[in-house]
Design a binder for this molecule. Structure first.
Ligand code: FEO
Length: 388
């Protein structure tokens, strides 16, 4: 297992999790990587670590460059255990290593490990000289945890922003141009939609803070390293942080006896007639994390469920809970569904849409039992009227 030199004296020493398929609810069909970086200067620096079960892979890569006992600094840009999970193991080998983290990082690492490591707490504007290079720190609170921070090396024009700009991709390629922008962009979008979306305001501040920095490489903690598409990925992050939407629609639904399904397809037809691109996603076959990728920059979010036991179907309920947490902004919502006698699923969906401040131009889109042609036409007319 070898390290990969990404700049003179700076190495990727991470681990590739080829078989990862679930990252606390995020469907990682392509696996992931945990990217750690080794900087060899007068001081030896390890930026972030890997999940605990991949420690040996990282260690082998470090050993291909230096004796790990020589590590002077472990930079912990983020406390979440996919990056901090091997800190104790590294500290066991590098006995004198100083763990550098944000103020919230120190609190979080102590709570995680129940141990008082040799911490050095840094804030935005703080810097550590390691010889020929300097490590500058930038706190990135809530992108996406309170402890998150970035490390910037001005002499290398290298930004190490941890989760920001990441993607869940396991691959032999380490760089964006090797893997291909089109595929990398889709996975970066999925990552943003499922992890970073609630924190647009905070992302905006980070983008502003890094806008004045000279950057020719962004090395995140998951997936590919950006060296050829830096402007492109920053432009997308700006768009996503601003919750900029395109005039397109997603119809998300589950169905019991195909009645809500008929309504879903009727709604899709309306958008098509209006020349508004529309995706349709059946929650029995689409994972909620993939649906969120479709929602990321989509204006019209239509969600349908029949009523089961006075509420939504469990699949729709799970999706609505997930979407509520991710809280996409500036959206128009349409709730719909079939029912037998109660019809509460529709108002349940509407209540959640209102909680995340969706605009609801029409409410109560429900049909009893099985919709006939006349009822589907009435449904379509209501939506034609509502969608401008
Ligand atoms: Fe990749 Fe928030 O951890």
């Amino acid at each position: 297992m070898k390290a990969l030199e990404i700049k003179k004296g700076i190495y990727w020493v991470g681990a590739i999790d080829w078989d990862l398929r679930n990252f606390h609810g995020y469907s990682t069909e392509l696996g992931s990587t945990y990217n750690a970086y080794l900087i060899v200067d007068q001081k030896i620096v390890l930026v972030d670590t890997v999940k605990h079960y991949m420690f040996n892979e990282m260690l082998e890569r470090i050993k291909s460059v230096i004796d790990p006992a020589k590590i002077d600094y472990i930079i912990s840009n983020h406390t979440e255990m996919d990056h901090s999970g091997s800190i104790l193991d590294v500290a066991d080998i590098a006995k004198n290593a100083v763990v550098v983290c944000s103020p919230n990082g120190e609190k979080g690492l102590k709570k995680h490990f129940k141990k008082n490591l040799n911490f050095k707490v840094v804030n935005t504007g703080d810097s550590i000289n390691i010889g020929r290079r300097n490590l500058n720190f930038l706190l990135m609170q809530m992108v996406h945890w309170p402890d998150s921070m970035a490390t910037y090396i001005p002499e290398e024009k290298l930004l190490l922003p941890n989760d920001a700009f990441g993607q869940h991709i396991a691959s032999n390629e380490r760089f964006d141009d090797e893997f291909g922008w089109d595929r990398a962009r889709i996975e970066a979008a999925k990552y943003y939609a499922n992890i970073v979306l609630p924190y647009g305001a905070q992302v905006g501040k980070v983008l502003e803070a890094v806008s004045g920095l000279a950057i020719d490489m962004i090395a995140p903690s998951h997936g590919l390293i950006w060296r050829s598409h830096i402007k492109d990925i920053i432009a997308l992050y700006k768009k996503w942080a601003d919750n900029e939407c395109e005039k397109k629609a997603v119809v998300v639904y589950d169905t019991m006896w195909h009645s809500t399904e008929k309504m879903a397809h009727a709604i899709k037809d309306v958008f098509e007639e209006k020349n508004i691109p529309c995706e349709i996603r059946d929650l029995q076959s689409s994972h909620i994390s993939n649906v969120m990728t479709s929602i990321l920059d989509t204006k019209y979010i239509c969600v349908g469920s029949p009523t089961l036991n006075n509420g939504m179907l469990p699949t729709v309920s799970a999706f609505m809970t997930y979407m509520k947490g991710l809280a996409p902004k500036n959206r128009v919502g349409l709730a719909f569904g079939s029912y037998g006698w109660g019809g509460q699923s529709i108002s349940d969906i509407e209540n959640i849409m209102e909680a995340v401040k969706f605009e609801l131009p029409v409410k109560g889109l429900k049909v009893q039992w099985v919709p006939d042609d006349k009822e589907l036409i009435e449904l379509k007319n209501k939506i034609k009227e509502a969608v401008k």
